[in-house]
Design a protein. Structure first.
Length: 320
C-alpha cells in the first residue's frame, strides 16, 4: 500500500473509531456522573460530562501504532504514543481531582524530553543558536504548546476545530501525512459530540496529549526546514494564549487558574454562540493553511500575512 493510501485508510478508520468510541465514553461518563459543573469562570451553563478526550485519544493512539508498525518509524512513534498515554493518565487523575501544577509540569517535561530524544531532523532554529540551546528552546516551546492547547479549550468545538485544522494543514505542507491526518480525523470524530451545544467536554485527558502529539508534528515540520509553516499553522492559538497568559502574568495573577479572558471567550461573552466562534476560528485557520503553503517558498511575507490575519481576528473577537 502506498503512503498516500495508508494515510487515507488510517484517517478514515480513525474518524469512525473516534466517533463511536467518544459516544461510548459519553455513556460511561454519564453513568458515573463525571461532570463539569458550571462556575463563574465557565463558558457553559449546564453540568456536562467531562473526559470525552478518552475516546479521541484511544482512536488516535491505536492508529498511530498501526502506522508505526506498517512503516519504518516504530521507535519514534512508539515513544511518542507511550508518552502521550502517560500524559493522559496524569491528566485524567487531574480531571477527577486536582493534581498540583508542578507535578503536571514535571510529567509534561518528561514526555517532551522523551520525544526530543527520538525526533528526527535538523535544528528547530535552523542553526542560529548552538545545538544545546536549540534543544532547550524546542523543549520549552513544546511544553508551552501542550499547555496552551489545554488553556484554549474553553468553549464547545474550538479545540476540535483547531486540531483538525492543524492536522490537515500539516499534511498539506509536507509533514508526515498519516500521523497528521490521524490527528485531524480523531478531532473530527470527537466534534460529532462536542459541537455546540456540547454533549461532553474533552477534559485535560484529551487536550494535554492532543497538544503533545500535535506539537511533535509541528517540531518535525520545523526540523525538516519548514519553520515558517510550523509557526503559521497554530498561529491563532499561539497568539491568543500567549497574549492573554502573558498579560495575566504581568498583572501578578496565577496563569494556571481557569478564566474567561481569551479573545474567543470575549466574543462569547458579547453574544456570539460557541458554534459561531469555533467556525470563525476554523475560517482563520483556512487562511493560515494557505499562508503556510506560501511560506514554503516565501516565509517572511507569509509570516507577515499570518500576523495581520490573526491580529484582525483577535481584534474582531474583542469587539464582537
Amino acid at each position: 500500500m502506498s503512503d498516500a493510501w495508508l494515510a487515507l485508510v488510517l484517517a478514515a478508520v480513525t474518524l469512525a473509531t473516534s466517533w463511536i468510541a467518544t459516544g461510548q465514553v459519553l455513556v460511561w461518563l454519564q453513568q458515573r456522573q463525571i461532570v463539569d459543573t458550571p462556575n463563574h469562570r465557565s463558558s457553559h451553563t449546564r453540568a456536562t460530562p467531562r473526559g470525552g478526550g478518552i475516546g479521541l485519544l484511544a482512536a488516535a493512539l491505536t492508529a498511530l501504532l498501526a502506522f508505526a508498525l506498517a512503516t519504518s518509524t516504530l521507535m519514534p512513534w512508539l515513544v511518542l504514543t507511550a508518552a502521550a498515554a502517560g500524559l493522559a493518565i496524569v491528566s485524567w487523575r487531574d480531571d477527577l481531582g486536582h493534581i498540583p501544577a508542578r507535578w503536571r509540569l514535571l510529567a509534561q517535561a518528561a514526555a517532551v524530553a522523551a520525544g526530543l530524544a527520538v525526533l528526527d531532523g535538523g535544528p528547530v532554529l535552523q542553526g542560529l543558536v548552538p545545538d544545546w540551546l536549540d534543544l532547550v528552546a524546542a523543549g520549552l516551546a513544546w511544553v508551552w504548546f501542550v499547555n496552551l492547547t489545554n488553556f484554549m479549550d474553553g468553549i464547545d468545538g474550538i479545540t476540535g476545530v483547531e486540531a483538525a485544522s492543524i492536522g490537515i494543514g500539516l499534511a498539506l505542507v509536507g509533514a508526515p501525512a498519516a500521523p497528521a491526518l490521524i490527528m485531524a480525523a480523531a478531532a473530527l470524530g470527537f466534534l460529532r459530540w462536542n459541537w455546540h451545544p456540547a454533549r461532553l467536554f474533552m477534559g485535560d485527558v484529551g487536550s494535554v496529549p492532543l497538544g503533545y502529539l500535535l506539537g511533535a508534528l509541528l517540531l518535525l515540520l520545523a526540523k525538516s526546514g519548514h519553520w515558517a509553516p510550523a509557526l503559521i499553522l497554530p498561529a491563532y492559538y499561539l497568539a491568543d494564549a500567549t497574549w492573554t497568559l502573558g498579560r495575566r502574568l504581568l498583572q501578578g495573577r496565577r496563569v494556571w487558574e481557569a478564566h474567561r479572558e481569551h479573545f474567543y471567550q470575549r466574543a462569547v461573552q458579547r453574544g456570539w454562540s460557541h458554534g459561531r466562534v469555533a467556525l470563525a476560528v476554523g475560517l482563520v485557520n483556512v487562511g493560515l493553511a494557505l499562508l503556510a503553503l506560501v511560506a514554503l517558498s516565501h516565509p517572511w511575507p507569509a509570516l507577515a500575512g499570518a500576523a495581520v490575519l490573526v491580529g484582525a481576528a483577535m481584534l474582531r473577537f474583542a469587539r464582537a
